[in-house]
Each structure stands twice: as structure tokens, then as C-alpha cells.
Design a protein. Structure first.
Length: 634
């Protein structure tokens, strides 16, 4: 193999030893309206400022910049197999739509620094709205469409948006999922009330309109057809967006990202990690509500001058060849997805994939959850392309660990996402001593500051929580990923699951506390524990153990089933179906420590047929037996 291992390692070392020069060079990949005066300001750790004094724009770099060279080339390919629609927007057309949307927002009083909440399905208008915010310096906060009214209300109260963009409905597997009614309910629940709600009417579900507040997108767009909204240039460290993610408390954390650092980090990653070239097509199968969607459906590919696919629909409808037909039709060169989706596709007839000409595809990138060897080898074999695992988080905005194929063709290793990527001073440390672990010794994956460009700057409105949550967990100051891991003797990392009470269902991160809180709102629930249990397709699924106020309510299997359905409905309504447990079991005690702390890990171990650990810390060991019995008798 023609691969220079020393050069690969030297590239990484330089990014760590001399981040100023390294990142100043990478920053030349984007356009600056005003050059930065200082590459890195780490005077107040752990707060990190990149490209201080520089002025730039995510919108300009993602859209306007390409008009001179590729105005008539595809930029956004919006496909919905739910509504049978397909539309390709060139860079010139995308530019026009973003200008219209920006003008619409301005006409509704949105200006620089204002928050705009986007609660939308995977429609082109969602992309226009994100880019329009970036154009006028507004801060977007996209909330995943699978979240229901209570989750949405918490985010509305935290972000206090002046404007919310939404749609009448989304659709999943041809089932209409109303958005507007959930949004209306959320606005009632929230203390903060947005001034306006801009509604895309897809004609999928009836919706009620609140006079004066709700505005129709199509009608307002008509008034701004010729809009030319100047780019608002932002200081590199101005916030570009807030993206909420789950933590150990019920209150989601609003990850805040900057402008310049993010633009540089993504543009660099498109070249060095994803090896995408301008004029090619990138297909990321995630959703705009997740960080992967922000970085690799919207901003990353467009910053690189690539066309990007925005796909609404399932991977198996109309049949399991749909993604491959998109790859063939649009000559996708780089595709990004999650292991769960590949496991779903593996169950489908292989001919559905084989009937397509997939010769354009050069690599498949998988992230969001551990990639098992069987899945990786299967898809790599049938596509005949390299499969590249990449490990990262909402907080970092781009991969932490992978193999940067654009730097060098370093071999991948089965079960490992790879090596720390340039810019990340990643280590495995002992969670008690804070010392670095020896090779193959399990510890916590940490990153020493300063975090590279593109990573979170703080939590929205709560610098203190940012510091105490991420940076104060060990005897040394370091960013905790909250993931267990090991590093082998050659430096390859292996990710072994979360250290906290966060679970990962089909690549989506959920806090068990959030699910427990919604279950607790059921009138008959006294106590509840939710744990993530191994699942062959989704990686993990949520399972709930409930103590009822009146145990007699679940006395018979029929009554227990009825109650289980009721509890699931409560979760659907408050949190969204994404948080719905796969099973609800009824018990009369839950394992706790003597100080009353729920031992979720012991419950999880029993569910997965493992040893529940040190029984001496459990107040009432018979509670463990109850869990076993519930699992057997259900
Ligand atoms: P999220 O912030 O929703 O993207 O979730 C981030 C979490 O997903 C990480 O902290 C890991 O627990 C998990 N994760 C993401 N990518 C990978 C990967 N490639 N391998 C193993 N776990 C991953």
C-alpha cells in the first residue's frame, strides 16, 4: 500500500503542537470579509475563541461564494418518497430562495442575534430557513420533528425565539405526522411566546391558524420574489446556532456553535475526512434535527461546493432500493449514514441494491453509534467501497476519531472508529485518578483543551453549566465525552458505551431522565427507572420499570398491557415517539443505593443477562429479583 504513516502522524502532531499555524492555514479555505487578527484565544480556559476579529458568514461561504463558478450546478436535491416529490435547486436557485426567506424573516422583525426556532420535516424550506438565518445573523435552533409538545416547549423557553418556522405535517411511512397541533400545544405550555409562526402548508393535515401570529410561507414568499438581502458579516465567534441535546438531567443542553470556527472545521473535514470535491454529490441520510444533519446535510457539503441530498422518507419505502436509486441517479460520491440503517437494509433482498449502478460511490461513512464488524463487512462487501466509521457528538460538530483518508490512507481496524483526528488532543483516562490509562485499559475518552474549531463554545445562556458539566469531572481539567473507551497499543480507539445515563437508540441520543419524567406524568405512576437495553437492530432500546401508585391496576396481564399502552402514549405525547420504551414492566421495588440513587446500571445488566455488579451497595437486593421476575413473566 502506498501510504506514508510518518506523514499521517506528523500531520496530526502539527495540529496539536502548533494549532495556531495549523488552523490559520486551514482558515484560508473559506472567505473572510475581514481577516482575523488572532488565530486562537485560550486566555480563559475552557472557553475557546478561534479566528478572533475575523468576519465571515456561513451563508456566504455555503451559497454566494459558489455563484461565480457553479451557479447552474445542483446545490440542493430535495427528495420526498412520502409526497412523491423531487426538486433540484441549483446554487443560483438556492441563493434566490435563501434571499426570499431572509427577507421574509426580516419583514417579521427578525434581526441579528435573534433566535429562530425551526420545527420542520425534511423539506427544502427548512434548509432555506437555516441558511437565511445564517445570512442575516439570526441564531437558528432546529428541533427534531420527532419531539412532541413538552420537549418542544422546554426548548422554546430556553431559546426564546422571536420566530418559529414549522409545517402542517411531516410524513413517515405514509403516516401523516401533524406538526402544527403539537407546536400550538407547545406554545401554550411554554412561558415564552414567539411573535410569529411561519407555516409551510404542505396540504397534508388540517391546521388551525392563530390570527396575527401565524403567517403562511407561500403567501409571504410571493411578496419577496426579487429579494436581495445583503449578507450580515459576523465576527467569527458570534453564535450561529443552538442545538439541544440530551444529558443526565431532564433539561436539555443547548449546544452553541460559532460561525468562523465551524465554517473552517467543516470545510476542512469535507476535504480531509470526507474527501468530497466541488461539483460532486453528497448524500447524508440523517435528519436536519440532529447535528449530523446540520453539519453534513446542510453546511458541510454546500461549503465544499457539493450538491447535497435532503431526503424525506424511509430507507425501505417504496422498497429498499430507494437510497441506491438516489446514489445512481445523482451520482453520489460520498454517502453518510448510521449503522442502524445499514442493519435494516441488510435484512432486505440483495438484488434491490445490486440492480443499481453504484460506480459513482467512493466511500460510505457511518457514525452515531458503535459499528459492529458484521454490519461493516457486509456493506463494504456489497458496495465494494471502504466503510469509514467516525465517532463524534453533538458537542463537537464534526468527527473526533476516524481515519482522515484525505490525509493518508492509514488502515482502518475492525471495531474501532480509528485514531484521534487532527486538532483533537484525545486521551483515555482513569475516571478516579485522572491519569492516562495504559494501552488496552478501559477509561473515559477525554479531550484536552483547547477544543479545535467547530466544537461547542458554551451551553446557551449557561456558561457555568458548560464548565461544570463537561470540564470538571476529573482531577485534571479536560473535556469529558462521557464515553468509555480503550486505546490499543497502536493508538486505535474503541468506544465502549456511555458513562452517564444517556442511551443511544438507532443513533439518536436520549436521556433516560427525560423519558422517566414523561412517564412520571402518568397519574398512576409512582416511580420509574428507564434503561437502555441492547437491541440487534437499533443498538439500544429504552425499557421502563414502573412502580404503580396502585399495584392492583396491573394485576392481570390484560390490565398490565392496557396500562403499558397508556404509558407509551404519554411518552409519545410529551416527548415524542422517539423516546417511547419498547416495554414497560411493573414492579413493586427498584434497586437503589442506600442514599436512594437508582441503580440503572444493575437493571440494565440484568436485562442484558449480565452480572448486576456489587450487591452490597444495594439497599434492597430483592428489587433485583423483581426485575428478573418481571422480565420472565411479561
Ligand atoms: P450525538 O450527540 O447524538 O451525536 O451522540 C453522541 C454519542 O453517540 C457519543 O457520545 C457516543 O456515545 C455515540 N457515538 C457516536 N458515534 C459513534 C461511533 N462511531 N462509535 C461509537 N459510538 C458513537
Amino acid at each position: 500500500m502506498n501510504f506514508d504513516a510518518a506523514a499521517y502522524d506528523a500531520f496530526y502532531r502539527r495540529s496539536i503542537d502548533d494549532p495556531h499555524t495549523f488552523w490559520a492555514e486551514q482558515a484560508q479555505r473559506i472567505e473572510w470579509n475581514k481577516p482575523f487578527t488572532r488565530t486562537l484565544d485560550y486566555d480563559h480556559p475552557p472557553f475557546t475563541k478561534w479566528f478572533v476579529g475575523g468576519e465571515t458568514s456561513l451563508c456566504y461561504n455555503a451559497v454566494d461564494r459558489h455563484l461565480a463558478t457553479r451557479a447552474d450546478q445542483p446545490a440542493l436535491i430535495a427528495i420526498s418518497t412520502e409526497t412523491d416529490s423531487e426538486k433540484v435547486y441549483t446554487f443560483a436557485q438556492l441563493h434566490a430562495e435563501v434571499n426570499r426567506c431572509a427577507a421574509m424573516m426580516q419583514s417579521l422583525g427578525v434581526s441579528q442575534g435573534d433566535r429562530v426556532l425551526i420545527y420542520m420535516p425534511m423539506v427544502a424550506e427548512a434548509a432555506f430557513a437555516m441558511l437565511a438565518c445564517a445570512r442575516i445573523g439570526a441564531i437558528h435552533s432546529v428541533v427534531f420533528g420527532g419531539f412532541a409538545s413538552n420537549s418542544l416547549a422546554t426548548r422554546i423557553d430556553d431559546a426564546t425565539p422571536v420566530l418559529i418556522l414549522s409545517a402542517d405535517a411531516g410524513s413517515r411511512g405514509c403516516h401523516v405526522m401533524p406538526y402544527k397541533s403539537l407546536l400550538d400545544e407547545a406554545i401554550v405550555l411554554a412561558e415564552h411566546k414567539p411573535t410569529h409562526v411561519l407555516m409551510v402548508n404542505r396540504g397534508l393535515a388540517p391546521m388551525q391558524t392563530v390570527a396575527g401570529r401565524d403567517i403562511d410561507y407561500a403567501t409571504l414568499r410571493e411578496k419577496h420574489m426579487d429579494a436581495a438581502v445583503p449578507v450580515v458579516w459576523l465576527e467569527s465567534n458570534a453564535p450561529s446556532y443552538i442545538l439541544y441535546t440530551s444529558g443526565t438531567t431532564g433539561k436539555p443542553k443547548g449546544v452553541v456553535r460559532d460561525v468562523g470556527g465551524y465554517a473552517v472545521a467543516l470545510t476542512t473535514s469535507m476535504d480531509l475526512i470526507f474527501c468530497g470535491k466541488a461539483g460532486e454529490t453528497f448524500f447524508c441520510t440523517s435528519d436536519i434535527g440532529w447535528v449530523v444533519g446540520h453539519s453534513y446535510i446542510i453546511y458541510g457539503p454546500l461549503l465544499a461546493g457539493m450538491a447535497t441530498v435532503l431526503y424525506e422518507g424511509l430507507p425501505i419505502r417504496p422498497d429498499a432500493s430507494i437510497w441506491w436509486s438516489i446514489v445512481e441517479k445523482y451520482k453520489v460520491t460520498r454517502m453518510s449514514s448510521a449503522p442502524t440503517a445499514i442493519r435494516v437494509l441488510k435484512k432486505q433482498p440483495l438484488e434491490l441494491l445490486k440492480k443499481h449502478d453504484l460506480s459513482s460511490l467512493k466511500a460510505l461513512y457511518l457514525a452515531g453509534e458503535p459499528l459492529d464488524q458484521t454490519t461493516s463487512e457486509w456493506i463494504s462487501g456489497v458496495l465494494n467501497v471502504p466503510v469509514i466509521d467516525n465517532y463524534w457528538q453533538t458537542e463537537t460538530g464534526w468527527p473526533i476519531i476516524s481515519i482522515a483518508k484525505g490525509v493518508g490512507d492509514k488502515p482502518t481496524r475492525s471495531g474501532s472508529p480509528g485514531l484521534p483526528l487532527y486538532g483533537y488532543k484525545t486521551k483515555i483516562i482513569n475516571e478516579i485518578s485522572g491519569e492516562e490509562c495504559a494501552a488496552n485499559e478501559k477509561g473515559v475518552v477525554i479531550i484536552e483543551g483547547p477544543l479545535p474549531p467547530g466544537c461547542l463554545q458554551t451551553l446557551y445562556g449557561d456558561d457555568q453549566r458548560f464548565v461544570s458539566t463537561y470540564w470538571r469531572n476529573f482531577k485534571r481539567e479536560a473535556y469529558s465525552t462521557f464515553d468509555w473507551g480503550i486505546r490499543d497499543a497502536d493508538g486505535y480507539y474503541f468506544i465502549l458505551g456511555r458513562t452517564d445515563d444517556v442511551i443511544n437508540v438507532a443513533g439518536h441520543r436520549l436521556g433516560t431522565r427525560e423519558i422517566e419524567e414523561s412517564i412520571s406524568s402518568h397519574g398512576n405512576v409512582s416511580e420509574v427507572a428507564v434503561v437502555g437495553v441492547e437491541n440487534p437492530i437499533k443498538g439500544q432500546c429504552a425499557v421502563a420499570f414502573v412502580i404503580l401508585k396502585n399495584a392492583a391496576l396491573a394485576a392481570s396481564p390484560e390490565e398490565a398491557k392496557k396500562l403499558e399502552a397508556e404509558i407509551m402514549k404519554v411518552v409519545d405525547k410529551r416527548l415524542g415517539s422517539i423516546g417511547r420504551p419498547s416495554h414497560v414492566y411493573f414492579v413493586s421495588a427498584l434497586p437503589k443505593t442506600r442514599s436512594g440513587k437508582l441503580l440503572r446500571r444493575s437493571i440494565q445488566a440484568i436485562c442484558e443477562g449480565r452480572d448486576p455488579g456489587d450487591l452490597s451497595v444495594i439497599e434492597d437486593p430483592s428489587a433485583l429479583q423483581q426485575i428478573r421476575t418481571a422480565l420472565i413473566t411479561a
